[in-house]
Design a protein around this ligand. Structure first.
Ligand SMILES: [Zn+2]
Length: 301
């Protein structure tokens, strides 16, 4: 069974991303050792920036859908004007792609120290086989190379490679075997009941039912968790489409349908919320197992 994430999350282990002196990014599991008797040796590894990683994961799904709608395009030649002159148009980008660009730098995925020309690649790499260092080098090659090769970034975004690399870096940094490293699993393999879940827009709220199992989708290495939504529906949502925030102890849908977190094709994106006039009364919800669990929002530290 998948016992290790649970042990790792509940013990004193913290996953962390660090750069060694050569600027090489590694994924490490650091142990915090505190010796109260001599008052020294307290090691504090950098805490992953959960908010930025969450935002990056959310943006990759938005960018996927923008690519699908043709909103991200590369440089192209315009139709000839009345004098027969064609102009080069620089293509279209979106605010979300600009934000991805900013975040890959802020999260240290793109390293300004590396010569991007050393990290050109042939063909499409098998993203799942990459470690964090190689993932960062490929992103560096794309984002820095784009300054010299017009249209490189857009081409790799339209292939979906940039989004895949960003989500892979997220998984390597914040998960173990696809499960959030800081979300404890109970001894019987289930999840705590009553954890607050927020829908994609943040407008709907749910509670975890405790259910947890491997995502049955063949290509997916995520986990399904049971959620009892405030509209009365009970769904199993895949971790590929949600994020766990250890600071607020909340689960946030970041991709796919509003409450289904379902993003895999073919559409539709799973079940939609019910109309508000069909929602159960709050008092009825509070009598259910998931909603009556006294988890509240636990504040860490
Ligand atoms: Zn899945």
């Amino acid at each position: 069974m998948h016992g290790s994430p649970a042990r790792r999350a509940s013990g004193s282990m913290l996953g962390a991303v660090m750069a060694d002196s050569g600027g090489v990014w590694r994924h490490r599991v650091a142990r915090i050792v505190v010796h109260p008797s001599d008052g020294v040796h307290e090691m504090t590894p950098p805490t992953p920036d959960y908010a930025k990683w969450e935002r990056l994961k959310r943006l990759t799904y938005i960018v996927d859908s923008q690519v699908g709608k043709g909103r991200i395009t590369g440089p192209s030649l315009s139709d000839p004007d009345s004098n027969g002159v064609r102009y080069i148009s620089s293509g279209a980008t979106t605010q979300e792609l600009v934000e991805v660009h900013q975040l890959v730098y802020e999260l240290g995925l793109v390293s300004p120290e590396h010569n991007w020309m050393d990290h050109e690649f042939q063909g499409r790499p098998d993203v799942r086989e990459l470690d964090l260092g190689s993932t960062g080098l490929l992103l560096t090659g794309i984002f820095r190379g784009d300054r010299f090769i017009d249209g490189l970034l857009v081409a790799k975004v339209r292939e979906g490679l940039v989004q895949d690399l960003c989500r892979h870096a997220y998984a390597l940094t914040l998960t173990v075997d696809g499960w959030p490293s800081h979300l404890p699993v109970l001894a019987d393999g289930t999840l705590r009941t009553g954890i607050v879940v927020r829908s994609l827009s943040g407008r709907l709220e749910g509670r975890t039912t405790g259910g947890r199992r491997d995502c049955p989708s063949r290509k997916c290495k995520g986990w399904l968790i049971g959620v009892h939504w405030c509209d009365g529906q009970r769904l199993h949502i895949c971790s590929e489409g949600w994020h766990y925030d250890p600071l607020t102890d909340e689960i946030h849908v970041v991709g796919g349908g509003e409450i289904s977190a379902r993003f895999v094709s073919p559409k539709p994106l799973g079940r939609d919320p019910r109309p508000k006039n069909e929602w159960p009364a709050r008092a009825t919800l509070l009598k259910s197992r998931a909603w009556s669990a006294a988890t509240g929002s636990r504040k860490k530290q």
